[in-house]
Write a protein that binds this ligand. Structure first.
Ligand SMILES: C[S@@+](CC[C@H](N)C(=O)[O-])C[C@H]1O[C@@H](n2cnc3c(N)ncnc32)[C@H](O)[C@@H]1O
Length: 256
């Protein structure tokens, strides 16, 4: 039986309802080269995401299933335990951490903060004019600027716009295996990037579908949509995958 419960296509965005651990193994969206995601955090309140009681294990399984991407960027709030990131397989070298601040700091328990952090691993974006130095500070966002959309913890558009801009190149295909209400997807639409989003909960999947469809309607007048280039994907597979498999096999073999 297929792991894909539903699949919707909006322009260059493919939205899949299913469990990423299975979908990524089954479909191997080979042309996807970048993962930008906001996984279930280790400090997510109990019961917020039923079935995700072991977030570190979940992240590990999803990343292993999507081992073929070149770059992984993970967003977490500043009070999420960074030891969670031990789940990131070592074949992606650490690149950098960035701060995604809010205009006004907020208090969480005894700590003052409120910002999100972005951790990036793997090959950085291409070095080209105006994009050689990768900055470390996103835009300051109003604290409650998240439009209520029915998801318990959507990220903000200005932050995700910034992340998509600095952590993917123009022709890359971005995959978000914890899509939620589709903030990464909407940022991809705004930047003219192709996107693959996977979400396990149908109610959040539906929100993402409505949102991306609307955003496409609004932006298609301004942005030339780039379609995934099948020919390139085939070439990439042929050249890269055997090499990548060998590295990953070595790593899996070395794991306890
Ligand atoms: C932190 S939220 C992402 C929120 C998203 N960035 C947004 O702005 O709306 C994590 C999402 O991952 C989903 N999720 C959890 N386990 C999953 C799995 N195995 N496969 C796909 N999605 C999963 C949850 O239902 C939740 O919507």
């Amino acid at each position: 039986m297929s792991s894909i419960r539903r699949k919707e296509q909006f322009g260059s965005c493919t939205l899949i309802l299913g469990d990423s651990r299975e979908v990524l193994k089954e479909t191997r969206p080979a042309a996807a080269s970048v993962m930008i995601t906001d996984p279930v955090w280790p400090n997510a309140p109990d019961g917020m995401f039923p079935g995700c009681e072991k977030p570190a294990q979940l992240l590990r399984q999803v990343l292993m299933a999507g081992h073929y991407v070149d770059r992984v960027s993970i967003v977490m709030r500043y009070d999420s335990d960074v030891r969670f990131l031990k789940s990131v397989p070592a074949h992606w070298p650490f690149f950098r951490v960035c701060c995604l601040p809010y205009v006004l700091p907020s208090r969480i328990g005894r700590t003052l903060g409120g910002m999100e952090m972005l951790y990036s691993f793997g090959t950085p974006i291409k070095s080209e004019k105006g994009r050689h130095i990768v900055p470390g500070m996103g835009p300051s966002v109003q604290p409650n600027s998240n439009e209520r959309n029915g998801h318990p913890c959507p990220r903000t558009m200005p932050h995700m716009n910034w992340v998509v801009n600095w952590f993917s190149d123009r022709h890359e295909i971005i995959i978000d295996p914890f899509m939620g209400s589709g903030t990464t997807g909407e940022a991809c639409v705004r930047h003219g990037r192709a996107f693959i989003g996977i979400e396990i909960e149908e109610k959040y999947f539906d929100i993402a579908c409505r949102r991306i469809e609307k955003s496409l309607r609004q932006t298609e007048l301004f942005v030339e949509q780039k379609k995934p280039r099948e020919a390139d994907a085939g070439l990439w597979l042929k050249k890269e995958l055997p090499h990548r498999r060998k590295k990953i096999q070595q790593e899996i073999g070395a794991m306890p």
